[in-house]
Design a protein around this ligand. Structure first.
Ligand code: SAM
Length: 491
């Protein structure tokens, strides 16, 4: 027994790579954060300190983390990054002041949420600005939340240091004047302002946010997803977006905007500041559409050349293997948010090329689209996306036979590729209505499964419409063919 305790005490203060990996996996699992390497040392130091104080080894510490909420809180406080200051990224506050808040006050009572508020400077900035706009009397609400209980406790005390004031943010500093006073080396926030903020502890990655559905006009979710992998970012957005009212505004940190693409969000730009709006139901049904101004940002030629060079380093000539599902998913995300990018991923580079081809087709630049498709095809093996686009170009050139052939091959390569099946059915109607009828039926089934899975990857191929539109078109054609006696019960 004594020996076991001594062994454990010996272990205390040391932490192996394997144990550290278990801890980083726990952080990812609990918070969505992939701990950046720059923080490994400090977290190791923190854990080593806890092991020494508690006199236990990593295994028991992990058990303790799971069983004791105070130990867990201490750990979360050590691993989260709470850097913040008043009116951070002041250009966001400029849009809020001049563009969003006046309309929100006009319409009623603005509801704002600082969704990863750390020690509260962001929420206080929001509240001070809303108070000034509402001239102290107009009602508004500000909620502030974070996963880090220690940060929230500091926030509730309403004490701030000089570090909470930076050059960025100076433009709006005067708004804090009536609410903050200096005492010694500290700044004290007025109880009046503090009491206007509803402070809560929320883990955006895990907690149920259903009660917040459609609650907010504006959400600040800034500088929290930057340390998260793509899947965690997607999970957090899926939970947070429903808390916005349709049409409500979502602000992310400037560096995070290109990391996010979501079918429920529309990227907005106001005087060089990017933010998102939650789409209304009508906008979702209309689909994304193509915005020529944003397309320019894709910098077509330069990206193509760079991508092709990367496919063939040192003159390599074999076709590059591709993951078509990933490519389509990336292209659809990029269509949604032209600033979206994934570094060092060949599938993403290919996706940009395919998206550009689609955009050229939609802008009626058929010859350019054909050139670019040829270029991309020269470095890729045969794949259903190329076949689909090539079918589309043949259709545009009135070569129905060739188009049918391309679509049929595309479906042969990917059986659930319903956009190709839809066009194949359309082109088959005249020559074989019975076959078209069957294709529409199969298409209908595949679209329903696609919608049920909340899939999104074909979006960039759908000419700005969404899957439901194609579903209703299938229904209409099936009905018509039925009436013409081409259905299964027909002659
Ligand atoms: C860098 S601060 C950002 C503060 C403020 N939004 C800003 O931009 O100045 C990031 C905050 O995100 C919080 N955070 C990290 N993961 C979270 C999660 N899963 N749920 C809620 N908050 C989280 C951290 O505790 C930290 O306070």
């Amino acid at each position: 027994m004594k020996d076991a305790l001594r062994r454990e005490a010996d272990q205390a203060g040391r932490i192996s790579d394997a144990d550290f990996q278990t801890l980083t996996a726990l952080i990812l699992d609990e918070t969505g954060i992939r701990l950046p390497e720059s923080h490994h040392r400090s977290v190791r130091r923190f854990v080593a300190g806890r092991l020494a104080t508690l006199g236990m080894g990593p295994d028991r510490y992990l058990e303790r983390l799971r069983a004791h909420s105070d130990e867990y809180d201490r750990f979360v406080a050590a691993v989260t990054i709470g850097e913040t200051y008043f009116f951070r990224e002041e250009k966001h506050f400029a849009v809020l002041e001049s563009h969003l808040l006046p309309a929100l006050f006009e319409a009623g009572r603005p509801c704002l949420w600082s969704a990863a508020c750390a020690t509260g400077e962001e929420a206080i900035s929001l509240a001070a600005m809303a108070m000034a706009q509402g001239r102290g009397g107009a009602p508004f609400s500000v909620m502030a939340s974070d996963i880090n209980a220690e940060s929230l406790a500091r926030f509730s005390r309403g004490r701030f240091s000089e570090n909470a004031f930076r050059r960025d943010g100076e433009r709006f500093r005067h708004l804090l004047g009536p609410h903050i006073r200096r005492e010694g080396g500290e700044y004290h926030l007025s109880r009046d302002l503090l009491s206007r903020i509803d402070i809560r502890r929320i883990n955006l990655f895990k907690d149920n946010l259903d009660a917040l559905a459609d609650a907010f006009d504006v959400i600040f979710l800034r500088n929290v997803m930057i340390y998260m992998p793509m899947e965690a970012r997607r999970d957090i957005l899926t939970r947070v977006i429903p808390a916005l009212k349709p049409g409500g505004a979502l602000f992310l940190g400037a560096a995070e905007v290109p990391l996010v693409a979501n079918p429920n969000l529309k990227l907005m730009e106001h005087e060089g500041v990017y933010f998102f709006r939650r789409k209304s139901i009508a906008e979702k049904i209309r689909g994304a559409g193509f915005d020529a101004r944003l397309l320019d940002q894709l910098q077509r030629r330069r990206e193509v050349e760079a991508a092709v060079r990367r496919f063939m380093p040192g003159g390599r000539r074999e076709p590059h293997p591709v993951d078509t599902r990933r490519i389509m998913s990336y292209a659809s995300q990029k269509l949604q948010n032209p600033l979206f990018r994934v570094e060092d991923d060949i599938d993403f580079s290919v996706a940009v090329q395919f998206l550009q081809i689609v955009c050229l087709i939609n802008a009626d630049q058929i010859a350019e689209a054909r050139d670019l498709l040829e270029l991309v095809d020269s470095v890729l093996p045969e794949n259903e996306i190329s076949l689909f686009l090539s079918g589309y170009l043949e259709m545009a050139a009135n070569r129905a036979d060739r188009a049918r052939h391309r679509y049929a091959r595309a479906i042969h390569m990917a059986h659930d590729f319903w956009p190709a099946r839809f066009y194949l059915a359309m082109l088959t109607q005249d020559i074989s209505p019975r076959q078209a009828y069957q294709e529409y039926h199969r298409c209908e089934r595949d679209i329903m499964a696609y919608i049920a899975r909340n899939a999104y990857h074909f979006h960039f191929l759908l000419e700005g419409f969404n899957a439901r539109y194609f579903l209703s078109m299938c229904g209409k054609w099936i009905e018509r063919l039925d009436r013409a006696g081409e259905g299964e019960a027909g002659p």
